[in-house]
Design a protein around this ligand. Structure first.
Ligand code: PEP
Ligand code: MG
Length: 738
């Protein structure tokens, strides 16, 4: 490092200095080759100096970003350490460089303010991985090199990444389309001062910042409450562990001793950690790496005096939030009115934050790798959940295509808005009940505005999933009361706790199961752990004192499971009454039909229930034996097919015979063509995702119920398995608005 500084201080022209640097590195690291590639234009990386490769290739060999190992390092902004580089799939052979004999390879990006300005490479003939310390040393040199290039104003003509269009793909976790400006949930701090003359002072700055950081984390842990997610608490515990990790602090100190500023040292150690753990597929290690990076970022914010950056202050009116991961409570902390979308590097359909995003009607993409590192606050971004793409700095043609689609969508929304407060009545006068699915207070608050009649499914587990510990009876009661107060004269059907399976409550210590969807979940768990459900039933009964209470039990598989659950509810009511508490004026108890076996017990079950609710999400996954959460299976079998329609026709007929009201509460009913088929089978009650109320109401109002029923019944006699095409034909023939 000392000699390197000497080279920098000596002056001379850029080429001379670069030549000296590569020689110096090759000598001190004992490698046969050391080369520097610098950015040329928007997409090029030019070999600018080399020790060991053919000197004639200098300024001639150019790789594109993403091409070869060097291009790969620049694209992903991370080091590569390979024992046998030519066997790597990204290796691009350039005969003019004469690199044939070299096997081992380490390359690190030269980063300046988050942008790649070049790549620094060492190579050797022996086949061995370089040690972590060697990679770290090379990263330190790359930092110094970045500083040198920038300080002397001789930086290659780099095109700022901040302007380059970039496309990322992920998974659409909610529906929608959005254009706006990037808001980084945890803004990255750009380290601009890298080299320091006073290691002692940097060390003292680090100590002071570390002290603040530990206090910070302790404070966060102390103020953590139920309104925050359980996983959030675990993350904070991990933060505390890292913040007190001596190994981490020692390595930052070592980096300061080599002449880096405290900020550069933190970044260097972070880069090294990312290089070591970044490629791992292990979800636990990746999570820990994220925790670690977030903590490093916090430390950098303290060091640069930007610790108190409040997210609210800088939220534009069209913010699209980007984060690696995020708990649901953190999302709820933002002002929904200013948020247009959410992009996370990690997250799946069932993730809590995705459930909250859906409730907030916020377009969301998950599993978008690498976007946080690539993005800057304030950049333009387009988010499309249909094509499952996020465009950073979108080019003009993408913006135009987006604008067109957004216009069409807005027109559609206006159409729905116009009929929002009209009843869902068919042309021949049948009233169809369109309720909505809910699970959070925000869903309840938007009931009026959604155009739905009631809440046909209130998923009570969401409160449990966003809490850090099991909510107390009084806390549950408070939520249920608030829901009932808010809906007033409308109905709410509360579904008892549907946890287990993939809906894991971290504080319940549930075992990992091989087949969680078919495992110990929902009512099965409730019957084995009656205390849990009793507390919930009591909370529901008390909240609904003097009013109507509707409760349904999920995943009922046998008639007895329902009867025991229902009797537990009645027993709790009687008990409350005995103790002089006011109880609900009326109680309705229903079962969810989600397990095919229950279909063949309906004649015994129906006399026991007040209503039946068909949970098509689970019913179809079990009917077709196709995992609803796995994209490879979830769309494989079509609901609009003979077996599924026959099944639901049978259910509908039995409910009619037993005069039991039946509703459809899965996502299926939210798609207009599917809902039309269900209307054709005679269903007249639906509980839908909020965004589906408009499209389904429009469809209902265009239908002649009797005519539709006749056509659907006839289509079912035609011996065709696929029913999608026939349903489309019926819709066309009858002028149904889909
Ligand atoms: C269903 O299974 O259809 C249902 C409504 O319940 P959930 O989606 O919560 O499992
Ligand atoms: Mg279900």
């Amino acid at each position: 490092m000392r000699r390197l500084r000497q080279v920098m201080a000596d002056g001379g022209d850029r080429q001379e200095r670069l030549d000296k640097i590569v020689q110096l590195i090759a000598t001190s690291m004992n490698t046969a080759v050391c080369s520097v590639y610098l950015r040329r234009g928007r997409d090029g990386l030019e070999l600018c100096a080399t020790e060991g490769l053919n000197p004639d290739s200098v300024h001639k060999t150019v790789l594109h970003i993403g091409e070869g190992l060097v291009g790969d390092i620049a694209q992903h902004k991370r080091p590569l350490n390979l024992a046998d580089a030519p066997s790597h799939p990204r290796f691009a052979y350039r005969p003019e460089t004469g690199e044939d004999p070299y096997l081992s390879f380490v390359g690190v990006p030269v980063l300046r303010g988050g942008d790649v300005t070049g790549v620094l490479v060492v190579q050797n003939t022996t086949k061995r991985n370089f040690a972590d310390q060697e990679v770290e040393a090379l990263q330190t040199v790359a930092m110094v090199l970045a500083e040198m290039l920038s300080a002397s104003g001789e930086e290659t003509a780099t095109v700022d990444d901040a302007d380059a269009a970039q496309l990322f793909t992920g998974r659409g976790l909610t529906e929608g389309l959005a254009m706006g400006h990037v808001v980084l949930h945890e803004p990255r701090v750009e380290v601009t001062r890298l080299i320091s003359d006073d290691a002692e002072e940097e060390d003292a700055r680090l100590s002071a910042a570390m002290y603040k950081l530990r206090r910070n984390v302790d404070d966060l842990l102390a103020t953590e409450d139920v309104s925050h997610a359980g996983e959030h608490l675990q993350v904070l515990e991990a933060y505390r562990m890292f913040a007190n990790d001596r190994g981490w602090i020692r390595r930052i100190r070592d980096a300061i001793a080599t002449g880096l500023t405290a900020e550069a040292a933190v970044e260097q150690v972070n880069n090294a950690m990312r290089a070591r753990l970044g490629g791992r597929r292990d979800a636990y290690l990746r999570d820990r790496l994220h925790d670690f990076e977030d903590l490093s970022n916090r430390l950098l914010r303290i060091l640069s005096g930007r610790a108190e950056l409040a997210s609210e202050d800088k939220l534009p009116r069209d913010g699209i939030l980007l984060a690696r991961t995020m708990g649901p409570a953190e999302l709820l902390d933002y002002d929904r009115k200013k948020l247009r979308g959410l992009v996370l590097e990690e997250s799946a359909l069932g993730a809590h934050v995705a459930i909250v995003a859906r409730a907030l009607n916020l377009p969301m993409l998950g599993d978008v790798r690498g976007i946080v590192n690539a993005a800057r606050d304030g950049q333009e971004i387009i988010l499309d959940t249909d094509s499952e793409e996020a465009h950073l700095n979108p080019p003009a043609d993408i913006v135009a295509a987006y604008s067109n689609r957004a216009r069409l969508r807005a027109r559609r929304m206006q159409r729905y808005a116009r009929i929002k407060h009209l009843p869902a009545v068919t042309r021949d006068g049948d009233t169809v009940r369109l309720d909505k699915n809910a699970g959070l207070m925000v869903d309840v608050e938007t009931l009026e505005d959604s155009g739905a009649d009631n809440i046909g499914l209130f998923r009570t587990e969401l409160q449990f999933m966003v809490a850090a510990r099991l909510p107390r009876q009084s806390e549950q009661e408070e939520v249920y009361r608030a829901v009932l107060d808010k809906v007033g004269a409308r109905d709410v059907v509360f579904r008892t706790l549907d946890v287990g399976g993939d809906k894991v409550l971290p504080y319940l210590n549930m075992a990992v199961e091989e087949n969680p969807a078919m495992g110990w979940r929902a009512t099965r768990m409730a019957l084995d752990r009656p205390a849990l459900v009793r507390v919930q039933l009591r909370a529901l009964l008390r909240a609904a004192a003097g009013r109507k209470l509707s409760v349904m039990f999920p995943l009922i598989t046998t008639k007895d499971e329902f009867v025991i659950s229902r009797d537990m509810l009645y027993a709790e009511r009687d008990r409350l009454q005995q103790f002089g508490h006011k109880v609900p004026e009326t109680i309705e108890v229903g079962a969810m039909l989600e397990v095919p076996a229950l279909v063949w017990q309906l004649d015994q079950l129906l006399p026991e229930v007040d209503f039946l609710s068909v949970g098509t999400n689970d019913l179809m996954q079990f009917f077709f034996a196709a995992d609803r959460g796995n994209p490879q299976t979830s769309d494989r079998y079509d609901f609009l097919s003979l077996p599924a329609l026959r099944l639901l026709a049978h259910v509908r007929e039995l409910c009619a015979v037993h005069r039991v009201p039946v509703s459809i509460c899965g996502e299926l009913g939210g798609r207009p063509l599917e809902a039309m088929a269900l209307l054709g089978l005679g269903y007249r009650r639906f509980s839908l995702p909020s965004a589906s109320i408009g499209p389904v109401k429009r469809m209902v109002r265009s239908v002649n119920g009797r005519r539709l029923e006749r056509a659907v019944a006839e289509a079912l006699t035609k011996n065709r398995i696929d029913m999608r095409a026939p349903m489309r034909e019926i819709a066309d023939a009858q002028g149904v608005k889909l």
